[in-house]
Ligand binder design. Structure first.
Ligand SMILES: Cc1cc2nc3c(=O)[nH]c(=O)nc-3n(C[C@H](O)[C@H](O)[C@H](O)COP(=O)(O)OP(=O)(O)OC[C@H]3O[C@@H](n4cnc5c(N)ncnc54)[C@H](O)[C@@H]3O)c2cc1C
Length: 434
């Protein structure tokens, strides 16, 4: 009797599990095809910057890449091969590359049609200018965890390259105190290097300019001299507080509000001219991000005091009429933060017909805010002029005057090309290459 029961159970497991697996797989594949069709219909087929390039000849359909992506369904299996099903939502985590057991995925910048400008950086993080290194978002890879990892790794290479000490100069100057610069400075301290860190602003980098209480999505990471931090979500203020705790614990010194203006080579080392004086160092690590200079709209009235390029205190805009311009995460998060203020009217103006490169969570939140009438989105619109009491918004070939108190322009940053070229660093345009 017992034997019959065991046999029946074994048969059930033997048939049931594969059947469940097949059904689950076929559902996932159908969903992937639908997602891709939707992306194609909306013209959202070009990844923004760093993204996976799949070698179809080598892909053996393990599907390991699909769940590895922290951003959700960016990849899927279509016609027996991995494919990007939401290409514009890829933000370059790179987890898929690591997850593929047959190395059929490589991360690349830009596409054949859409080039991305990047400074030349070797795998050792050194640029074409010997002794000058780049880490973090400036090198093309966004996200906090990537910046921290690169900052750490760059210092390891710098440390290896330093063959002799010179007590008259620092071993390394780290320019920028964002995630990459802070991690690099801590790593340098850990390795016993004589380091100086400067930032034109304050500690935290781009995180500092996120809207108040922004939920930061990240991955567990290793902070030198501090240890592993395991959270995946953290409020902006708590992340900044963490950096201050790390600095207090480690005694790292950061020279804030000191802008690096020029870097020149003098007698075999570097002379770094800043807004407050000069530093001498054997090596330079640039961790200055890509957002140093906010991209301008270039419309009349943009220089008036009602225009800003970052939102720090949404509370200041209670009961005001605000136009936010842009369609990326920064613009959407600002619009959402403003929409939560009592009596604030928010219009989000975006030149395209749909949001394309935003995080899934932001997409859900903005859709909800639109449905609740908290944010009005003017797709395919452009601000043509900014006046004291209104903006001129052009949509469907018609211009309308929109009564308005404040304008936030959040259309990304401009690569500090001139600064880099003055140092001698080459800028390359990548079309689907590493
Ligand atoms: C609105 C928004 C939301 C985001 N949300 C997330 C998120 O949820 N999760 C995530 O992982 N990533 C997020 N990111 C991306 C993340 O912030 C960046 O990838 C990360 O901060 C890059 O770190 P970094 O150290 O390379 O550069 P940055 O953080 O940009 O730091 C660069 C530093 O260099 C300084 N600097 C620049 N030029 C000079 C100079 N000449 N002299 C001295 N100092 C200089 C700047 O003041 C700045 O402090 C978001 C970005 C934005 C804009």
């Amino acid at each position: 009797m017992l034997e019959i029961a065991i046999n029946s159970l074994t048969a059930l497991v033997a048939v049931g599990i594969p059947a469940w697996y097949i059904v689950k797989n076929s559902r996932q594949r159908k969903r992937a095809s639908e997602k891709l069709a939707q992306a194609e219909e909306r013209g959202l087929t070009e990844p923004v910057s760093l993204h996976p390039k799949i070698d179809l000849a080598n892909c053996i359909q393990t599907g390991a890449c699909v769940p590895s992506c922290p951003e959700g369904e960016i990849l899927g299996i279509i016609d027996g091969r991995a494919a990007m099903v939401s290409p514009t939502k890829c933000i370059g985590h790179g987890a898929c590359e690591a997850a593929c057991p047959v190395e059929a995925i490589a991360l690349v910048f830009g596409t054949e049609r859409r080039g991305v400008e990047l400074p030349f950086v070797k795998p050792t993080f050194e640029t074409n200018v010997s002794g000058v290194y780049i880490a973090g978002e400036l090198g093309g890879m966004g996200l906090i965890r990537n910046a921290v990892t690169q900052g750490r790794e760059a210092i390891e290479f710098i440390s290896e390259s330093l063959t002799q000490k010179d007590s008259a100069v620092k071993d390394v100057i780290v320019v920028g105190a964002g995630p990459a610069g802070l991690a690099a400075s801590l790593q340098a301290k850990k390795q016993g290097l004589n380091v100086v860190t400067v930032d034109q602003d304050d500690i935290g980098g781009t995180v500092l300019s996120y809207p108040r209480q922004k939920l930061v999505m990240t991955q567990p990471m290793e902070i030198p001299l501090y240890g592993r931090v395991k959270f995946r979500e953290i409020i902006k203020e708590d992340l900044l507080e963490l950096w201050h705790q790390v600095i207090d614990k480690t005694g790292l010194e950061v020279k804030t509000h000191e802008k690096v203006e020029e870097i020149e080579r003098v007698n075999g080392h570097f002379k770094i001219n800043t807004s407050k004086g000069e530093h001498l160092a054997q090596r330079v690590l640039l961790a200055i991000g890509r957002r140093g200079t906010p991209r301008k709209l270039g419309v009349p009235g943009e220089k008036t005091s009602k225009v800003a390029y970052r939102l720090l205190e949404p509370e200041q805009y209670r009961r005001k009429k605000v136009v936010v311009i842009g369609g990326g995460d920064s613009a959407i998060e600002a619009a959402l933060a403003l929409s939560e203020q009592k009596g604030t009217e928010v219009i989000l103006s975006y030149r395209k017909g749909a949001f394309s490169r935003i995080k899934e969570k932001n997409e859900e939140r903005i859709e909800q805010a639109i449905q609740l009438g908290k944010v009005r989105v003017a797709f395919e619109s452009q601000v043509k002029e900014i006046k004291r009491e209104h903006v001129v918004l052009s949509q469907n070939n018609k211009d309308a005057k929109v009564h308005n108190d404040y304008v936030f322009i959040m259309i990304g940053g401009v690569l500090p090309t001139q600064f880099l070229q003055n140092i001698g660093i080459s800028i390359e345009k990548k079309f689907g290459e590493r």
